[in-house]
Design a binder for this molecule. Structure first.
Ligand SMILES: Cc1ncc(COP(=O)(O)O)c(C=O)c1O
Length: 387
């Protein structure tokens, strides 16, 4: 049996949505996207939502809107996808890494506080794998620095909640990714949600070159309107051709979460009596169940990936610690042991297949492979260390 790492849920109905946009004269960002933005505001309970063509471009547009510039510092977790740190570097600011909690793999407010300097302009907590960082706790340790903006990386956390609050509720903004494997997807895309009207208004410009009006507004009522450009911006808008795939998913996302919950629970039960390490689930929260990750001894991780491949189970790695990649190593001179939790987790983690249409047979094959092939490898590695 062949189990892919991911299988999307888009159907023939979605092809109809694309065909409808093709029949309209307006292919780029227009009324379809505006409708999606309204749905996002309703879902997250935020004043504003803005579609973007990726998390990465949306985040860069946010940093430009906040006038973050060379010399400024942005604190990011060492355990995340490179994009979280790259956006700081892209605009010439410095990504400052902090280690994460060993149980949850989430950013630790105490380590963030210790990394703050007078140059710190923003913090990007990452709701890794689908669990939310405690934004209220972060705000508490930063209470003497209200100038520091919290930008939530909610790429994994569309459905997530903590203490009844969704991403974007109390921070500067939250940014989502609609990349191909995300819980809500349109192939490539993203969204920024915020309650900060001033940020939203600047973001409308930095999302579109810095122009004072987007295409749909320039041609409103048939008359051309001149635009101005006061600050530099990105080309980060999402075309209606992609935005049209989102409404059906936003409307059904909560109904689809129980299926992800079930798949998670089956994996957790199947691995409970094995030496496999899993991230700890936080209480009083709703987990978006984006990725199911396991941890094996780093000495056998690459061999385990090969064995998964041999057994036709699609797996991936989310993620090796960001400061260990060549760019950051060269730039900031990484010394092993600087981010012990992220380094150890990143050297041993493997993500297993998880998607709502996964069948019991498919999940059974993944579990059999883990229990019959990977667990003996872990036990052998642990016996060698114990000897
Ligand atoms: C945690 C995290 N942040 C940011 C991104 C970047 O998202 P995008 O591909 O939409 O730019 C990803 C994408 O996988 C991610 O997993």
């Amino acid at each position: 049996m062949n189990v892919p790492f991911y299988r999307h849920d888009l159907t023939a109905d979605d092809a109809v949505a694309v065909a409808n946009v093709l029949q309209s004269p307006f292919l780029t960002s227009g009324n379809v996207g505006r409708d999606v933005e309204e749905r996002l505001c309703a879902y997250f309970g935020t004043k504003h939502a803005l579609l973007v063509n990726s998390w990465t471009n949306g985040a860069a547009a946010v940093l430009l809107a906040l006038d973050i510039a060379p010399g400024d510092e942005i604190i990011v977790p060492a355990q995340t996808f490179i994009a979280t740190a790259n956006v700081a570097e892209l605009i010439g600011a410095k990504a400052v890494f902090v280690d994460v909690d060993p149980a949850t793999l989430l950013m630790r407010p105490d380590l963030v506080r210790a990394a703050v300097t007078r140059r710190t302009r923003a913090i990007i907590p990452v709701h890794l794998y689908g669990q939310m960082v405690d934004i209220a706790a972060l705000q508490e340790v930063l209470s003497d620095r209200p100038d520091i903006v919290i930008i939530e990386d909610a790429a994994h956390c569309f459905e997530g909640e903590l203490n009844g609050e969704k991403p974007g509720t109390r921070s500067g903004c939250a940014i989502f990714s609609f990349y191909a494997t995300k819980n809500v997807t349109c192939g490539e895309g993203g969204a920024v949600v915020t309650n900060d009207t001033a940020l939203y208004e600047r973001l409308l410009q930095t999302r579109m070159h810095g122009m004072s009006a987007g295409a749909i507004d320039r041609f409103k009522l048939g008359g051309y309107r001149h635009w101005d450009m006061e600050k530099i911006g990105m080309k980060a808008n999402l075309p209606d051709l992609l935005a049209c795939l989102l409404p059906s998913q936003i409307d059904t996302i909560d109904a689809r979460l129980p299926r992800r919950d079930d798949l998670f629970a089956v994996y957790e039960r199947a691995f409970a009596d094995t030496p496999i390490r899993l991230p700890v689930t936080i209480g009083n929260s709703r987990h978006a169940r984006h990725l199911f990750v396991i941890h094996v001894p780093p000495t056998i991780r690459d061999e385990a990936i090969r064995v998964f491949g041999e057994n036709r189970v699609g797996v991936t790695v989310n993620y090796r610690a960001v400061p260990t990649v060549t760019y950051y190593k060269k730039k900031y001179g990484f010394t092993p042991g600087s981010y012990p939790v992220s380094e150890t987790w990143g050297a041993g983690t493997i993500s297993l297949p998880l998607f709502p249409s996964m069948t019991a047979e498919e999940q059974g094959h993944v579990i059999d492979t883990v229990r019959s092939k990977i667990v003996p490898m872990i036990e052998a590695a642990q016996a060698t260390v114990a000897r």
